[in-house]
Design a protein around this ligand. Structure first.
Ligand code: ADP
Length: 632
């Protein structure tokens, strides 16, 4: 069994160059995972940290059940295959493959058996007596694979193993490695900059850019639901077409897409995932359409047509690529913003220079924010709905919630509510109908109609389309807005408090003792031994660092000052109570520490003017603030 788990893994060079940022991934036993991204994105560094060839700056690496951060590479039960094969030139293929086993003093007969088995699997038996220079690139790469196979590792790490091969051989070795993975029943991590390798080989793909993971998922998930423009453009050939456009919600619920040279109409049914805040006809939005979602039109396609002039037709056998521009005057301009590529598998007589109509697959349109480049059509989106608040009651989603504690604070009127998938679950509450179900990994994504609104949620429960259901709403995760101005924001799940770490002398029962503290906002919290140890594990420099303590809402406790056991001099964190938020099923105190507001759950009835705040340090996360790196 060899799962590989990377938790909050960072690689920082010289205390400042972050090559890998907060990399999180659980790789299943026998899974084939591909790290892909442009040169310099940190994929090799991540792989080398798994291999033990590169020290891990922060985070936890597990191979199997064992924490491996400081385990020697040879003791990790892994084998690595590199791009440059790294074969010994003066040894035969046999000796190259046997080398590692000889070093481990494996008996001769066993070595012989393993070398022959590996050679058989890889089809290189007849070359065992040759030296590497008498082999082709593909054969050399097989020898390198053979050397990894005989070690019978639980995990194979492959770093661009096919980059030195020509295109034809690369395609063949791709299939061979996929077959090898099935046969060897081991976990594979494969690094490449080639998106075709990633799409064809990986059970799951990790797309990286600039040291950050962009998205993790199956090839289909990433292809159909890219989280940003980078992932959308990186995967798929030819590349996705991008256009500038605006989106306008019409009175019949449809959305009109206006771009330079064409207008499309998205029927209401296809609009529920769109970010409602950009449907005003003014926001500039990036529209993405894959080449095989714009195909030559036969007949008519109202609201889904693009007319363009053809600049070039490429017949590729099975597939034809048609390069066009909606602006006939831009045909010869490089990077014309109105140019696009259409891909079709149907026979076509279209010629360069012709004006032609294309049909757009409206359900496959992608939209991205022009600035942040993140998707405006999330797979499980946060949705906006109208809400009428009056007399301690809110009417929304075709039903109502009575919550005087909360709604009496808000002036009567109509608000926009923002409902994230996290606020929704199957349970008592709003009555509705399941309109659509999609599988995502081991979970399901549901679109549920509640009144005239549609909400999205993710659940491992199995329900059918058309089923009547009830949806519970966690009010404390809902935001209320008045024309964009927040009236009541969702309660965050965690807070970060800036501070430092110190060892101080304190008086305890008349004696002076040394204790460790988190110094936060002019107060100090005494740290338990286990936490202190984790701080010391970071090295002595930890005392000088500016830190952030990240605490989940459930791990913050407030106690009334009168209930608190007498504290040592200057101990504890004392916060002023600003307000009480009563959601009925849960109550929060709104507190302020050195100007920073935060909430804590509160169970008492009486509300004190001040409280003492404490953390459950078992679960507190610590960040190095200067480089925003999670230490543990
Ligand atoms: P990739 O494999 O995706 O091409 P790498 O993992 O090799 O990228 O490199 C990631 C980043 O780390 C790059 O920006 C690279 O310049 C930087 N880097 C790699 N090694 C060092 C080093 N020893 N010192 C400083 N920066 C480094």
């Amino acid at each position: 069994m060899a799962k590989v788990s990377l938790k909050h893994i960072y690689k920082v060079y010289d205390g400042k160059v972050k090559a890998v940022n907060d990399f999180n991934l659980e790789i299943e036993d026998k899974e084939f995972v591909v790290f892909v991204g442009p040169s310099g994105c940190g994929k090799s560094t991540t792989l080398r940290m798994v291999a033990g060839l590169e020290e891990i700056t922060a985070g936890e690496l597990r191979i199997g059940d064992r924490i491996c951060n400081h385990v020697e590479p040879k003791d990790r039960n892994i084998a690595m295959v590199f791009q440059n094969y790294a074969l010994f030139p003066n040894m035969t293929v046999y000796d190259n493959i046997a080398f590692g086993l000889k070093m481990h003093k494996v008996p001769k007969a066993e070595i012989d058996k393993k070398v022959h088995e590996a050679a058989e699997i890889l089809g290189i038996t007849e070359y065992l007596d040759r030296k590497p220079k008498a082999l082709s690139g593909g054969q050399r790469q097989r020898v390198a694979l053979g050397r990894a196979i005989v070690r019978e590792p639980n995990v194979f790490l492959l770093d661009e193993p096919l980059s030195n091969l020509d295109a034809k051989l690369r395609a063949r070795m791709r299939t061979e490695i996929t077959r090898l993975h099935k046969r060897l029943q081991a976990t594979f991590i494969y690094v490449t900059h080639d998106q075709v390798e990633a799409m064809t080989m990986g059970d799951r793909i990790v797309v990286m850019k600039g040291g950050f993971v962009q998205q993790i998922g199956t090839p289909q998930e990433l292809f159909n639901f890219p989280v940003n423009k980078f992932v959308a453009g990186f995967l798929g050939t030819p590349q996705m077409n991008f256009f500038d456009c605006t989106l306008l919600k019409e009175s019949d619920g449809s959305v009109t897409v206006r771009a330079d040279g064409f207008t499309l109409s998205i029927p209401e049914e296809e609009t529920y995932r769109l970010d409602a805040s950009v449907l005003d006809g003014a926001h500039k939005v990036t529209l993405g359409i894959r080449p095989d979602d714009i195909t030559p039109l036969k007949g008519e396609a109202k609201g889904a047509e693009i007319e363009a002039t053809v600049s070039l037709v490429e017949e590729l056998g099975v597939q034809t690529l048609i390069y066009c521009d909606t602006d006939a005057n831009s045909l010869m301009i490089e990077n014309s913003p109105t140019a696009f590529c259409s891909s079709t598998v149907e026979p076509t007589a279209i010629k360069a220079g012709e004006k032609t109509k294309f049909r757009v697959n409206i359900s496959k349109l992608h939209f991205f924010d022009v600035e942040t480049e993140t998707t405006l059509k999330e797979r499980v989106p946060t949705v906006k709905a109208q809400c009428r608040v009056e007399g301690g009651e809110a009417k929304l989603l075709g039903g109502s919630v009575v919550c005087p504690g909360l709604f009496s604070r808000i002036e009567s009127g109509t608000y926009t509510v923002s409902i994230s998938p996290a606020a929704l679950s199957f349970g008592n509450g709003f009555k509705g109908v399941i309109e659509a179900v999609e599988q995502q990994g081991r979970e399901y994504v549901y679109r549920v109609r509640l009144g005239d609104d549609r909400v999205f949620l993710k659940s491992d429960e199995k329900h059918e389309t058309g089923e009547e259901t009830e949806i519970a709403l966690a009010l404390d995760s809902v935001g209320f807005y008045d024309n964009g101005t927040p009236v009541m924001e969702p309660i965050p799940e965690a807070y970060r408090f800036d501070g430092t770490f110190a060892k101080l002398k304190v008086k305890e029962g008349g004696k002076t003792v040394k204790r460790h503290f988190a110094l936060i906002a002019g107060g100090k919290l005494c740290l338990p031994d286990e936490f202190t140890q984790k701080m010391y594990d970071q090295g002595r420099g930890i005392f000088k660092k500016e830190l952030s303590y990240e605490v989940s809402l459930d791990d913050i406790t407030a106690t009334s000052m009168s209930d608190t056991a007498p504290m040592g001099e200057g101990e504890g964190l004392v916060a002023a109570v600003e307000d009480v938020l009563d959601y009925g099923y849960v109550k929060y105190l709104k507190l302020k520490l050195e100007g920073k507001p935060f909430c804590v759950k509160w169970v008492g009835d009486a509300v004190p003017p001040e409280v003492s705040v404490s953390f459950d340090f078992d679960n507190v996360r610590v960040y190095d603030k200067a480089i925003d790196m999670k230490l543990f």
